[in-house]
Design a protein around this ligand. Sequence first.
Ligand SMILES: NC(=O)c1ccc[n+]([C@@H]2O[C@H](COP(=O)([O-])OP(=O)(O)OC[C@H]3O[C@@H](n4cnc5c(N)ncnc54)[C@H](OP(=O)(O)O)[C@@H]3O)[C@@H](O)[C@H]2O)c1
Length: 284
Amino acid sequence: MNTTKIGWIGLGNMGIPMSQSLIKAGFPVIVYNRTKAKEDHLKASGASVALTPAALIQQADVVILMVTNDKAIDDIFRGNNGLLAAGASGKVIINMSTVSPAISKEMAAACAEQGNQYLDAPVSGSVKQAQDAQLVIMAGGDENTFEKVKPILEKIGRMALLVGNTGAGNTAKLVINTLLGIQAQGLTEAIVFAQRSSISTTDLVALINNSALGSPFIKIKGEALVNNNFNAMFSLSNIAKDLRLAKDIGLSTPLAEVAYQTFQDAEPALGDEDIIAVYKQISI
Ligand SMILES: NC(=O)c1ccc[n+]([C@@H]2O[C@H](COP(=O)([O-])OP(=O)(O)OC[C@H]3O[C@@H](n4cnc5c(N)ncnc54)[C@H](OP(=O)(O)O)[C@@H]3O)[C@@H](O)[C@H]2O)c1
């Protein structure tokens, strides 16, 4: 039994399986989600529930956030009954959301003023890796704080690496998601080219998966394309957001520029579908 009390904020596609991994590892977990109905999954798994972020931080030693974007982070920290309103001290706050390095620097400073520590620690991997506790975690912040919470992160992921100061984890994540955007577009372009040349998607995906180009990403998304399954595991609007954040911090290389534009163009119609719904944009 682990005695560190974990407060978990954000029960979306990723937050549910990630917080469940901590319950399975024996941590006492308190959850908060803006839409309260989603807390039911976690109540059933043994978590207790806090009414607000302020109430949650008062009961927790370590607070973990897994929410959409910079605005969500701002609301959770600065909102009425937000984390900062509690005036708590001596806590570690780990932000695992994919957000900008700038908001991490802002929130780290606000945490320090109240005597709390902040780490940015976004993840690579999707719902399947979250369910299997096999995420790859890249962190930014103070080394002692990172070492203190590393055993918790290792219950969610197979690797947790400190890559630099506050915001460095966010930057590493935006670099990786730039490659993800390029790969998603590349896969769908290959499939569209094959279809237009009378090669079936099933055959092409089987060939790629058995070649040196095969990867867990192509295995999962290739199967989704074969089955026309575009239900969001990682929403297209999230990759469009990440490429915008990457551009804000200086992204300007040829393939990335094209992927940036493709996902911005696809977002209004396809934002709620999976990243691989970019296929619908490419195959028009
Ligand atoms: N899905 C993936 O494969 C994946 C992989 C790696 C990283 N990520 C990143 O992980 C983060 C979460 O992704 P996800 O797929 O779990 O997203 P999701 O399913 O859309 O869930 C988003 C969560 O954020 C909460 N939220 C959004 N805006 C909020 C606000 N203003 N105030 C309070 N809570 C707010 C939502 O609350 P409600 O329930 O009330 O809407 C929900 O709990 C994102 O930054 C994403 O880019 C995702």
